[in-house]
Design a binder for this molecule. Structure first.
Ligand SMILES: C[S@@+](CC[C@H](N)C(=O)[O-])C[C@H]1O[C@@H](n2cnc3c(N)ncnc32)[C@H](O)[C@@H]1O
Length: 372
C-alpha cells in the first residue's frame, strides 16, 4: 500500500517503496506512459536523474502524476487565522493601513482564498504569508546593511511579504528584486487555467497590502528558478574581476542570469523543500552563481528539514508527494559542494516547535551561507 496525496493506492510496483501509475489525458505525456516513482523511500540512493533536463521532466511527471491521481488539498480553515494574536498582524496592519483587526482578518481571508485556490501551499493555508520571516533570522541586520548598498533578491517571494519588510526597514526599492513562478505555469499546474490564468501571487500581494506598483515600486520577475533559461547554474565567481561592471537596471531584466555575481543578498524561504534532492542541489548551484564575490555576501533562508536527511513521511507536501528534507549536516555539505573549498561559511540549525514530542524529527531548518 502506497500513498500519493490524500489517496491510498495498492501498487504492484516492481521495486519496493515505489508507486506505479498511469498519467491520464495529459497534453504532454503519451497516455500510455507508465511511471514508477519512489515516493516513500527514505534511502539516500534515490534513483533520480542528475542532468537538468531530466530533473525538469521528472518534476513535471511527478506533478502531473499527483494531479492525475486526484491529490486533494485540505480545505481552507479560517480558524487558523483566528488563532493568531493581534501582534501577529502588526506588520500587515501597518503596511495595508487597515487598522480594525476584524476588517483586516476578513481582508486576509478573502485574499488567501484566491491564492489557495490557485495553489495549495501550506504556507498559504496557515496564513504564514501575513508575517515576514526574514526579520527573525540572526543575519537580518547584516542583510539590511548589504541591501542598502547592493542588490537583495527574494526567490519564491509569493506575496512579497519578506521583501516588503526589507523595504520598510530601509532598503531602497531600486536595490530590491522579487521573483516567483510565472502565471501560466502556476495555472497549468493546478489545472484552473480558466479562472486563474491572470492571477499571480505578486499581484495578490498588492491586493493584500493595498499597494500599487507606484506606491511599492519593487521589481518583480516571473520565472522558474529551476529553468536554466531563466537562471543558469554557473560556477560562483572567484573574485570581482570575473564579474562585469555593468549591472542592468532590475526592472529591465527578463531573466535572472544577467545578475551573475551581482547579488549581495539572496533570501529564499519555504522553497527548497518543494523539490527533490537533485533539484535542491541544482537550485543551490544557480543561487551560488548569482551571489557577489564580495566578502560578507549572503544567502539566507529557512525550509522544512529533518534531524536525519530523508523524506518527511509524516506529511504530504503541496506537490502531492512526501517532502525531501536535508538535515543541518547534509545541508552544510550541500553548500560546501557547491562552492569551492574555503570560500564560504555555512550555518544551519533545526528549530523545532516546543510543543512537539521529543521523537519528532521534522523542524524548520534556518540557515545562512556567507562569502568569506
Ligand atoms: C511555500 S511558498 C513560500 C513563499 C514565501 N517565500 C514565504 O516564505 O512565505 C513557495 C513559493 O515558491 C514558489 N515557487 C515554487 N517553485 C518555484 C520555482 N521553481 N521557481 C520559483 N519559485 C517557485 C511558489 O510559487 C511559492 O510562491
Amino acid at each position: 500500500m502506497f500513498r500519493i496525496g490524500n489517496m491510498r493506492r495498492t501498487a504492484s510496483a516492481n521495486e519496493p517503496g515505489s508507486v506505479r501509475g498511469r498519467v491520464r489525458s495529459d497534453p504532454v505525456l503519451p497516455s500510455s506512459c507508465f511511471l514508477v516513482i519512489p515516493i516513500l523511500t527514505s534511502s539516500s540512493s534515490f534513483p533520480f536523474p542528475h542532468d537538468i533536463k531530466g530533473v525538469l521532466l521528472a518534476r513535471e511527471i511527478i506533478q502531473r502524476l499527483s494531479t492525475s491521481m486526484e491529490y486533494t488539498k485540505p480545505p481552507v480553515d479560517e480558524s487558523l487565522l483566528f488563532k493568531m494574536n493581534d501582534e501577529d498582524f502588526t506588520f500587515i496592519k501597518a503596511l495595508s493601513g487597515i487598522e480594525d483587526v476584524d476588517a483586516l482578518k476578513k481582508h486576509i481571508i478573502a485574499v488567501q482564498t484566491k491564492a489557495y485556490d490557485l495553489y495549495g501551499h501550506m504556507c498559504i493555508r496557515r496564513f504564514s504569508f501575513t508575517r515576514p520571516k526574514i526579520s527573525a533570522f540572526p543575519m537580518y541586520e547584516h542583510a539590511l546593511e548589504l541591501g542598502r548598498n547592493g542588490i537583495l533578491l527574494d526567490i519564491g517571494c509569493c506575496f512579497g511579504t519578506d521583501i516588503r519588510k526589507c523595504w520598510s526597514d530601509g532598503i531602497p526599492a531600486r536595490n530590491l528584486i522579487a521573483s516567483d513562478l510565472r502565471p501560466g505555469r502556476m495555472a497549468r499546474l493546478c489545472l484552473r487555467m480558466d479562472i486563474h490564468f491572470l492571477i499571480v501571487f505578486w499581484n495578490l500581494g498588492h491586493e493584500l497590502f493595498q499597494s500599487t506598483p507606484d506606491s511599492f515600486p519593487v521589481a518583480f520577475l516571473a520565472g522558474d528558478a529551476l529553468d536554466p533559461n531563466f537562471l543558469e547554474p554557473t560556477m560562483p565567481p572567484d573574485s570581482s574581476s570575473e564579474v562585469p561592471d555593468f549591472v542592468p537596471p532590475l526592472s529591465s531584466l527578463t531573466s535572472l542570469t544577467p545578475l551573475r555575481g551581482h547579488v549581495s543578498v539572496i533570501h529564499i524561504t519555504a522553497v527548497f523543500h518543494l523539490f527533490f534532492e537533485p533539484q535542491q542541489l541544482q537550485l543551490a548551484r544557480a543561487l551560488a552563481g548569482l551571489l557577489s564575490p564580495a566578502p560578507g555576501s549572503l544567502i539566507l533562508g529557512s525550509h522544512v528539514g529533518r534531524r536525519t536527511k530523508g523524506f518527511n513521511e509524516r506529511a504530504i507536501g503541496s506537490g502531492g508527494h512526501h517532502m525531501f528534507c536535508h538535515s543541518p549536516e547534509s545541508w552544510c555539505e550541500l553548500w560546501e559542494e557547491v562552492f569551492p573549498k574555503g570560500m564560504i561559511e555555512v550555518k544551519a540549525e533545526l528549530k523545532q516547535r516546543p510543543e512537539r514530542e521529543e521523537s519528532y524529527d521534522i523542524g524548520n531548518l534556518v540557515w545562512s551561507v556567507t562569502r568569506l
